[in-house]
Unconditional design. Structure first.
Length: 214
């Protein structure tokens, strides 16, 4: 009997535990019918700079008093968030071993203006798959189903408000980080952190963190 696919929310440069779940399954089911939730990884990521952890948030167009299906959430370009995010990423990782190697793959997300958050996140996800060699098949929910406690549903447990230490099947392992001498190792940052610091070794790190043989 084939295992149930892992269910995940859309995410902006998702954290490492999100990708650890991706490599632990053959198929991921991305939620596209839920209502958008604020203060989640759906539109934010966490990177590490000289001053510690820094959150980067993609602003979205708000509809006053109206819940928005995540698939219909539009990105707000009334502020120069792309320039700010790219500057922060460049500052955090320009001295990392692999930033120069991946910069041409990352920079276009801060030059082109995607209309919908979901589309931006999906393109980031597929680019990350290409850079890491992840082969997981991406499928999409056909309707919204509330969480039922199923062991493979991580839509609402992978969140900034829940420590990565409480997520079953995630085993954070230290790896090289540019500013570890200032802050010690910082687990479960954005996949950007792993890519820029570990490069082609990122997939093996993810397998270890998901508990898979490597």
């Amino acid at each position: 009997m084939e295992a149930a696919p892992v269910k995940l929310s859309t995410a902006y440069w998702a954290p490492i535990r999100y990708y650890a779940k991706l490599v632990s399954t053959t198929t991921v089911l991305l939620e596209q019918h839920e209502h958008f939730l604020k203060q989640t990884y759906r539109n934010r990521c966490r990177i590490a700079g000289a001053n510690g952890v820094q959150s980067l948030t993609v602003p979205v167009v708000k509809r006053h008093g109206e819940k928005m299906p995540v698939r219909e959430v539009r990105i707000d370009y009334s502020e120069a968030w792309q320039r700010r995010h790219w500057r922060a990423i460049e500052t955090a990782y320009r001295s990392s071993p692999f930033f120069a190697y991946y910069a041409d793959d990352i920079r276009p997300f801060y030059e082109k203006k995607e209309i919908f958050l979901f589309d931006l996140n999906e393109k980031i996800l597929r680019t990350t798959f290409a850079l890491t060699g992840i082969k997981t098949v991406i499928e999409y929910t056909e309707q919204f189903c509330p969480p039922d406690g199923h062991a493979t549903d991580y839509r609402y447990s992978i969140t900034p408000k829940i420590s990565c230490a409480t997520v079953a099947g995630f085993h954070p392992q230290p790896y090289y980080q540019v500013f570890a001498h200032l802050h010690s190792f910082l687990p479960d940052l954005s996949i950007l952190d792993l890519l820029c610091n570990e490069g082609p070794g990122s997939l093996e790190k993810l397998k270890v963190e998901s508990g898979l043989p490597h």
